[in-house]
Design a binder for this molecule. Structure first.
Ligand SMILES: [Zn+2]
Length: 252
């Protein structure tokens, strides 16, 4: 079996870029692809507000979930309050990592409550800035969230708490010979050429694109083992050095 891909869209909130989003929706529906959507329960991050807020936001979220698209809890307010990179180690800023358990529990409960009031199920955890710690994972479990979309792994697996980790490692489609890869998109700044590229990639990779529901319904998901940490360190250091080179080039 070759590589499999999942598609994820982050920063879904009332003030996002709806003009582009409507085009993305058409592409996903035409290809019958079920994405993961990282929904911010109560957005307080001005960077994510690029247009007029959509009054029917939660109605639309319910519609996506009814269609079989996966709704993820994307933090609480999307406000970075610590300089902690957490378990994934990608960015040193977080809404959760490094905070005391009681504070994390309060924020996560508020987020989950907003979803419940709106009759939306939080199916998976998607941390703002990829940053959360072991305390966050414990609290999520206690709130009934049993899956995480994050981490530089090659395949889904369960950790020692029984939490399912579905890796997320790329930000555009790339050929990979094996493994499970989640492609994470942020559509607010997209222009026409980004939409056309996305559409072409979805068509080209269609046979290899799976969904959260298919991944979680697999009969057996293995436990985390020593090679997961090894792969994660390798992929993360490759990603970091590429990012470093890019930032040097931009400065130069
Ligand atoms: Zn985000």
């Amino acid at each position: 079996m070759g590589a499999q891909y999942l598609i994820r869209f982050d920063d879904i909130c009332p003030g996002m870029n709806w003009q582009v989003w409507r085009e993305i929706e058409k592409i996903l529906i035409a290809a019958d692809v079920k994405p993961m959507l990282a929904v911010v329960p109560s957005n307080q991050d001005d960077k994510l507000n690029v247009g007029a807020p959509e009054a029917r936001f939660w109605e639309l979220v319910r519609g996506w979930q009814e269609r079989g698209w996966t709704v993820g809890l994307h933090g609480y307010q999307h406000r970075y309050v610590t300089r902690d990179a957490g378990l994934v180690g990608l960015n040193d800023r977080s809404e959760f990592a490094g905070l005391p358990a009681a504070e994390q529990a309060e924020k996560l409960k508020q987020g989950v409550d907003i979803f419940r009031e709106q009759s939306v199920r939080p199916e998976v955890w998607i941390a703002p800035g990829h940053s959360f710690d072991a305390t966050t994972v414990d609290v999520l479990k206690s709130l009934g969230i049993e899956a995480i979309s994050d981490g530089f792994f090659l395949s889904p697996h369960r950790d020692e708490r029984g939490m399912l980790w579905i890796p997320q490692q790329i930000w555009s489609f790339r050929y990979r010979p094996f493994g499970m890869w989640t492609v994470c998109y942020h559509h607010n700044p997209w222009r026409t050429d980004d939409l056309r590229r996305f559409e072409a990639d979805v068509i080209a990779y269609r046979e290899r694109i799976t969904s959260f529901a298919e991944v979680t319904s697999a009969p057996e998901i293995r436990r985390r083992s020593w090679h997961d940490a090894l792969v994660s360190n390798l992929l993360l250091s490759t990603f970091r050095s590429k990012r470093w080179v890019k930032s040097r080039m931009r400065r130069g």
